[in-house]
Design a protein around this ligand. Structure first.
Ligand code: ADP
Ligand code: MG
Length: 682
């Protein structure tokens, strides 16, 4: 699989924490966020390696060439024909990677040892790409000299060539028609060591992998290794500097082309600077700078004869395929030191050997990947969807990886970004969600409370049923005999009053017990269709309402018909009305109201009585809870009401105010009943 198909860089989803740093740092906007995952779009990637450099999670994986190279180097002793020679072409930046001590293992080693180590891997020849750079530099010098009116963009950096072809197709005619030093060197090797030789480039660059695999250079370079991959191969094969014989590079030997990897290297190598007036040449490097330089060049503002642009800030010595941690100036110094040492004693003006029949011509083609720009209205619509209705909502905070909210909106339009990447909008949404969660939580808490309440009542019911059942029979006997005795006794007799008290109290016990049995009655209702207005009227008749209390009955239902168990509901409404009357020791109003909809009927019974203090509201439905002293209350009324209403699949709620300071006191009990409880008519 070629890097053109699989992409030069891919994201390892498990490692990616979606911080958008790669989105921010990608000069080609080749990172797409889809379903919350960052992915590199192969056809947009220029291989600059910025995303690899900035990813703190090491979630960017570079296209692997080490496996292919191991395959090329493998020798089968049994093979009839020996494998073709494999030639290592080492980029001029290698002293920056391996020549500085203390920054990484395998650093600070003499170049001869490095050559020895590369040979140990199985390479048949080890040459310097710098020789190719010499040829290329000379071609640039000629180009500029022969075409004084022409303007050129240097084509030595493969990432820049891809960038121009994809994002500035209008500048393709300005690309200098010269191959890169790597291709020039590959062609020199094929001429010197035979066409069948396999050329492996070893350098600091990720984009070189795409150049090596490009169709137009199909016969030139077999693979491009990064310095990191070279280190990996050394490790895998246990090759150390001490374990090898030092060795010199194979010819041809380079001249000033060895300076190529530093900024303005091409100019120095070609001696172009001395030929041109200052200002005729501009060198730019690094994502932001090269982007600006190309834009200015395209706009015609940058009137220079040669624009040398490199995608890596600081030049090739800072390439994304390097493994050293040494800083820029140390790397630059290491290259200069090496070049000085190598050129010592040689004629600095000496020219490299003749090009001969090596073809240094290159052709470039537009591969337009510029994205359509949406209209102002379309941008507005996207911004509004992101919750940015007004200009002041556009914070341009950059958290999404795009410089402004508008460029983010354009990227959404182009399918590269998602609106969820907007941090301020996400925070707002999160806050809203937290608020909603709070409400749900409160609802849950009250539902839980209701559940606890009903469980408590259910177990009370079972207990009550058991006791009532056991007590009922002996109590019947006590009542019967006390009444018999009473009948036989002379009312004037001494025991008569005592007997009467026994009979009265036994009767009271009987009432409590039958209340308990009612409360514990199994879930059975015998439904009948009734008119609720007439039914409430009948209930009110069953209650003794003293003259001081004014009764009002108000039915607001168009259809007053409802199915209920009349015996049981009579108990409910009379209980509620009795409680209301008992709560009004003085004058007051008892208001009975009915309304509802097609599904349910709501009956509220309000009094203007003393009200229920807040702290006991929760307890009023508990069996035996009563505030009525002197045996006046059993505390079973509301518990029975609750049970009956539940059996009808209805609800009963209390609303009360017992504090005259906060308004008129009084209580409203609201019973809600479904018009047709499940189960239908009995
Ligand atoms: P009881 O009437 O036998 O006391 P209930 O179960 O009917 O038992 O009522 C429980 C308690 O609830 C009452 O003792 C009273 O404190 C309170 N209560 C019920 N209804 C009202 C009301 N309408 N106004 C004020 N307090 C009430
Ligand atoms: Mg009561």
């Amino acid at each position: 699989m070629s890097p053109e198909r699989t992409g030069l860089v891919r994201t390892i989803p498990e490692k990616c924490r979606v911080c958008y740093t790669c989105v921010r740092e990608c000069p080609a906007k080749a990172i797409r966020i889809r379903a919350g995952q960052a992915e590199v779009v192969p056809e947009r990637c220029i291989g600059c390696g910025n995303c690899v450099r900035v990813c703190s999670q090491h979630a960017k994986q570079v296209y692997d060439s080490a496996t292919l190279v191991s395959g090329l180097l493998a020798c089968d002793p049994a093979a009839a024909v020996p494998r073709p020679p494999v030639v290592a072409c080492v980029a001029p930046s290698f002293p920056a990677e391996f020549g500085i001590a203390d920054y990484q293992s395998l650093s600070g080693i003499d170049y001869r040892r490095l050559v020895g180590m590369i040979r140990r891997l199985g390479f048949d020849r080890v040459v310097e790409v710098a020789y190719g750079a010499d040829l290329v530099a000379r071609r640039y010098r000629k180009l500029i000299a022969e075409q004084p009116e022409a303007r050129f963009i240097a084509t030595t950096c493969p990432a820049i060539v891809l960038y121009v072809e994809k994002y500035h197709p209008e500048l393709v005619p300005f690309l200098a028609p010269v191959v890169s030093p790597m291709i020039a060197m590959a062609r020199v090797i094929h001429r010197s060591y035979g066409a069948e030789a396999s050329v492996v480039f070893i350098g600091p660059c990720i984009a070189k992998k795409a150049e090596a695999a490009a169709e137009r250079y199909r016969d030139d370079v077999a693979a491009a290794l990064t310095f990191m991959e070279l280190r990996q191969l050394f490790d895998e094969n246990g090759i150390t500097p001490e374990s090898v014989e030092p060795s010199e590079f194979d010819p041809p030997h380079p001249g000033k082309g060895m300076l190529f990897s530093v900024k303005r290297g091409i100019l120095q190598a070609a001696g172009i600077e001395e030929d041109l007036v200052a200002g005729d040449v501009v060198a730019a490097d690094g994502g932001a700078e090269f982007g600006h330089a190309l834009r200015e060049f395209s706009d015609g503002h940058l009137d220079v004869r040669l624009l040398e642009v490199l995608s890596c800030k600081g030049g090739c010595i800072m390439g994304a395929g390097t493994g050293t941690r040494a800083p820029l100036f140390s790397r630059r110094a290491a290259v200069s030191r090496y070049v000085r040492g190598r050129l010592a004693g040689r004629d600095p003006q000496a020219q490299p050997g003749p090009e001969g029949d090596v073809d240094l011509n290159a052709w470039f083609y537009p591969d337009d990947r510029t994205m359509p720009i949406p209209s102002q209205d379309e941008i507005r619509a996207i911004l509004e969807r992101m919750g940015k209705q007004h200009a002041e909502d556009e914070l341009n905070c950059g958290a999404c990886g795009y410089e402004t909210c508008r460029t983010h909106a354009i990227a959404i339009f182009d399918g590269l970004a998602e609106s969820e990447m907007c941090l301020p909008a996400t925070i707002t949404r999160l806050n809203e969600a937290v608020g909603e969660l709070g409400v749900t939580n409160r609802q849950l808490a009250s539902a839980q409370q209701a559940l606890v309440q009903s469980e408590k009542l259910a177990s009370m019911g079972q207990l009550a049923a058991g006791i009532a059942h056991e007590v009922n029979n002996p109590l019947g006997v006590v009542l019967l005999y006390s009444q018999l005795l009473l009948e036989e006794c002379d009312p004037k007799a001494e025991q008569y009053e005592d007997l009467k008290k026994i009979a009265e109290q036994a009767d009271r016990c009987k009432k409590i017990v039958s209340g308990l049995l009612n409360f514990a009655r199994k879930n059975q209702v015998s439904l009948k269709a009734v008119r609720i207005d007439e039914f409430l009227q009948a209930c009110a008749h069953a209650v003794v309402i003293p003259g001081r209390v004014k009764l009002t009955l108000d039915c607001r239902l168009e259809d007053p018909e409802i199915e209920l168990d009349p015996d049981q509901m009579l108990q409910v409404f009379t209980n509620l009305m009795n409680n209301a009357v008992e709560a009004m020791p003085g004058e007051g109003t008892l208001a009975v109201r009915a309304d509802g909809d097609t599904e349910s009927v709501q009956v509220s019974i309000s009094d203007s009585g003393v009200g229920i203090p807040m702290e006991i509201v929760k307890k009023v439905f508990e069996p035996f809870f009563t505030t009525k002293l002197g045996g006046k209350g059993t505390g079973l009324g509301l518990a029975i009401c609750y049970g009956i209403v539940k059996m009808h699949r209805g609800s009963i709620v209390v609303q009360s105010n017992a504090d005259p300071g906060t308004g008129p006191t009084g209580t409203t009990m609201t019973v809600r009943l479904p018009r047709r409880p499940p189960g239908g008519l009995a």
